[in-house]
Design a protein. Structure first.
Length: 72
């Protein structure tokens, strides 16, 4: 696995944990917290949505789903 991919996966995991800890958060809040652009954060969130881990019941606001996840 190349460097950018592993860095992205590390960030995606951190984003998931951040949402799990903080409840509903906005895309912009996440981008500021992780020092990325909104667009980069949207891509990261898309990975989590694709895997059923977060959803956005209100546009631009994110929360985790009830899917059980094992963080390694």
């Amino acid at each position: 696995m190349n460097q950018p991919t592993s860095r992205m996966l590390t960030r995606v995991k951190a984003v998931y944990l951040y949402i799990r800890e903080n409840g509903t958060v906005t895309t912009t809040e996440l981008a500021e917290e992780f020092g990325t652009t909104d667009r980069t954060m949207q891509r990261d969130l898309h990975v989590l949505v694709y895997n059923g881990l977060v959803n956005s019941p209100i546009r631009g606001k994110w929360k985790i789903t009830n899917k059980k996840v094992k963080i390694s």
